[in-house]
Design a binder for this molecule. Structure first.
Ligand code: LCS
Length: 391
């Protein structure tokens, strides 16, 4: 059977670009910085692009290429560009599309540093940005300026779990001739494929669901076309935020079990969201699988499942949140997300603490907001842990 037509779990296991190597079942780790040419002529052909032989690991490497092809296959994209981290992927995309005098539109609630660097570092390069509520499509249209060169959305957003209509934003981008990039970290390609919905670029912090075991930091960019791929790859290799072969090997191993990990964590998350919604200490819960989520209907269409991420507010506010976090025993009080272990954190004082008070408030990152990344433990144990910590 042709893998292109296979289901996603088959692709997760088998997709990639394996090199024949002593019958090895998985792509070996090619832990080498450089590759020997057969002769001067071969070296010249590698550099001119006539031969696709490997040259130097910052440019490409077979272990990294295998992972890039595998993620691109599940995102239904042209090819992937692996990076040292999710932030490496984000900066690479920013620098590929934005230069002095340009403007970017972005979702207001995004991972803290995605916005933090755009508001602190990029203005020094003459780049402007508008952070808006992209769940309101009219606001996206209204934010376009003659110098807008990139529309960047994160959905579901970190940490508010707000959901932006990818198809609608992609149509706006197409009409205006502006590329649209989606940070797909919270869903992973198992639950959401932005390129199929019209986006031009998708990126990930693979540190999260794709690797899934809280032992690797990694990023990935996947493009719809070869043209965008070439443009972005050139920036990545010159910036030097490339992945390492062992990092690629570990991440490829994590990717194989993405489907079963997400299914299991999601089953737990659905039960936990219902438990929290009915808990007397909880003021509100934001989870795409609950009817109370403002974009519940959109989530059902755009995502293949509600996922394993949620946020909730404690009636007792900031102090109650802090207290709860000091009392969890099974869940880890830690940043990051998307691992097999349940993680809990307080964005206002942790991941989003560097944003200004105004930016936090405008983006809905309130003091009482607690973020939960549900793991694959026994659901009754997670619920009992949250319950005792809230008590
Ligand atoms: N995009 C999203 C949506 C993220 O949540 C993160 C990291 C990044 C990009 C950056 O990826 P990294 O460079 O860390 O691989 N999010 C984190 C978080 O919520 N807590 O700690 C890291």
């Amino acid at each position: 059977m042709e893998l292109k037509k296979a289901g996603i779990n088959s692709k997760l296991v088998h997709a990639g670009e394996k090199v024949e190597c002593l019958g090895s079942a998985v792509q070996p780790i090619f832990q080498t910085s450089t590759f020997q040419f057969e002769n001067a002529e071969h070296g010249a052909r590698c550099f001119s692009g006539e031969s696709d032989g490997y040259i130097y690991t910052r440019l490409s490497n077979p272990t990294i290429k295998d992972l890039e092809k595998a993620v691109a296959a599940v995102e239904n994209g042209f090819d992937g560009i692996a990076t040292s981290s999710g932030m490496g992927a984000i900066n690479t995309v920013y620098l590929a599309y934005l230069g002095s005098g340009d403007h970017m539109i972005s979702t207001d609630a995004v991972y803290g540093p995605s916005r933090g660097i755009m508001e602190s570092l990029y203005p020094k390069l003459g780049i402007e940005s508008s952070y808006i509520d992209t769940t309101d499509i009219q606001k996206v249209k209204d934010a376009i300026m003659p110098n807008t060169k990139l529309i960047y959305i994160e959905t579901p957003a970190n940490p508010t779990i707000s959901i932006t209509d990818i198809k609608a934003v992609a149509e706006i981008g197409k009409e205006a001739g502006i590329p649209v990039c989606v940070d797909n970290t919270f869903c992973s390609p198992y639950l959401q494929r932005p390129l199929d919905l019209g986006a031009d670029i998708v990126l990930h912090s693979m540190t999260k669901f794709i690797n899934g075991h809280a032992d690797i930091v990694a990023g990935m960019i996947v493009t719809k076309t070869g043209e965008e791929y070439k443009k972005i790859r050139a920036i990545m290799t010159n910036l030097g935020c490339n992945m390492d072969p062992t990092q690629a090997f570990m991440t490829r191993r994590g990717l194989k079990t993405l489907g079963i990990r997400i299914e299991r964590a999601q089953q737990n998350a659905i039960k936990i969201a219902e438990f929290l919604e009915n808990h007397p200490a909880v003021a509100w819960v934001k989870y795409p699988g609950l009817k109370s989520h403002p974009q519940y209907e959109l989530a059902k269409v755009q995502m293949d499942g509600p996922g394993a991420m949620m946020s909730f507010g404690l009636k007792g506010g900031f102090e109650a949140g802090k207290k709860m976090m000091d009392h969890v025993k099974l869940a880890l009080l830690a940043v990051s997300l998307g691992g097999i272990e349940t993680l809990i954190q307080h964005p206002a004082s942790m991941t989003h603490s560097k944003l200004s008070k105004d930016s936090k408030e405008a983006a809905g990152i309130t003091d009482e907001l607690v973020r939960l990344s549900v793991g694959i433990e026994e659901v009754q144990d997670i619920i009992a842990d949250l319950d005792q910590a809230m008590k």
